[in-house]
Design a protein around this ligand. Structure first.
Ligand code: MTE
Length: 352
């Protein structure tokens, strides 16, 4: 078992932790789908596998990762004033090229699980125009044009920590508005306890959907409790680094929930539904033992296949430092009171 020691703990091989028969059948299945990656393979596993941060930065010339801001994205309000309440004093801001070239957006994971291979296949995706549908427990169902929504809001910039469940992290300046403002506009009924988000489903523009249609339950969907959604930290991001979002970062808009693992922040949202029960979520439905509904960043709860006690902070694609992970990703003062049962001492793996 010497090889385990040679691998970082967050990259433990799946066959070290999964029943051998199950491991082999999943491998064969994923291989057929063309989703296979070198190390870890089930589709949900894929969320923990995709390759080490590092390697060379992609070209910044025309057609590079910074050239994917949709031409029709509204520019009004950019760059937005920085809200000084949201800062990250202990570490630098991640280089914008890294955040534009290192992405998880499974709708664009085609034949590669490498996070650097997302932006190059976003060319056919045209996020504008797009409509967002509001439904469920609301005073009145309606649809809104996403450009109208963005231009009608007072945009602000917030510097947030960003922590992926795969144990890489960044510091990102998002532009957008509080999720609470969007929810108020939706006029949910008082009996709504949860809100569900559904993402755009365009197989003709999204090669990852085409490649994995029979395996993943597209479209991507996520959910929050209402008290989480109404918290001051919950943010609708329409931009990043002072400009509208590049396609690979979730254009036209996505959620930024910095106290939760990155997969709780759905990209390219097209439906918002208010419910009186907890909704299912994309990763939890696929692999409930590994990805919980709450999914708060917590160094005390290891993922079943790797530790969450520390993370690889990416200043650039090549400048990566191992740092300790903080409970609620450093936002305990903002959200700690929402989770009286959140473990504060080391636990066995569990999905919450
Ligand atoms: N939203 C959609 N629609 N599809 C996805 O695959 N991936 C999630 C989240 N939102 C995902 C998504 C995951 S796993 C992460 S870590 C973040 O987006 C990545 O955001 P970034 O690429 O902007 O860093």
């Amino acid at each position: 078992m010497a090889y385990i020691l040679l691998r970082p703990e967050w990259q433990a091989r799946e066959r070290d932790v999964t029943d051998e028969k199950l491991y082999r059948s999943r491998r064969a299945f994923i291989k057929r789908l063309g989703l296979g990656s070198v190390a870890l393979v089930t589709a949900p596993t894929v969320l923990g596998c995709a390759g080490e941060p590092g390697g060379s930065a992609a070209s910044t010339t025309a057609g590079g990762p910074l050239d994917t801001i949709p031409k029709k994205a509204p520019r009004k309000g950019y760059p937005a004033p920085r809200n000084a309440n949201f800062k990250v004093p202990e570490r630098p801001v991640t280089d914008r090229l890294a955040s534009a070239s290192w992405n998880n957006f499974y709708e664009f994971k085609n034949n590669s699980m490498d996070l650097k291979d997302v932006w190059p296949v976003t060319g056919a995706y045209e996020p504008f125009p797009m409509e967002i549908e509001v439904r469920g427990l609301v005073e009145k169902k309606f649809k809104m044009d996403v450009s109208d929504l963005i231009t009608s809001m007072d945009l602000e910039e917030r510097l947030y920590r960003f922590r992926c469940v795969e144990a890489w992290s960044m510091t990102v300046p998002w532009t957008g508005f509080p999720l609470r403002k969007l929810i108020e506009r939706c006029k949910p009924l008082s009996k709504a306890t949860h809100v569900r988000f559904e993402c755009v489903n365009r197989p003709d523009q999204m090669p990852g959907i085409r490649a994995s249609r029979s395996f993943y339950k597209w479209p991507y969907y996520e959910g929050l409790r209402m008290d989480e959604a109404m918290n001051d930290l919950a943010f609708v991001a329409t931009g990043i680094y002072g400009e509208p979002l590049p396609k690979q970062n979730g254009s036209p808009l996505r959620l930024a929930l910095p106290w939760k693992y990155g997969y709780k922040g759905p990209k390219a949202i097209v439906k918002i539904e208010f419910l009186d029960r907890r909704p299912g979520t994309f990763w939890n439905d696929l692999q409930p033992s590994e990805y919980g509904f709450l999914s708060n960043v917590n160094p005390n709860i290891p993922h079943p296949r790797w530790s969450q006690a520390s993370e690889k902070f990416m200043r650039t694609l090549d400048d990566i430092q191992r740092i300790p992970t903080q409970i609620f990703n450093g936002y305990a003062d903002w959200v700690g009171s929402l989770y009286p049962d959140e473990p504060t001492t080391p636990q066995r793996p569990m999905a919450r």
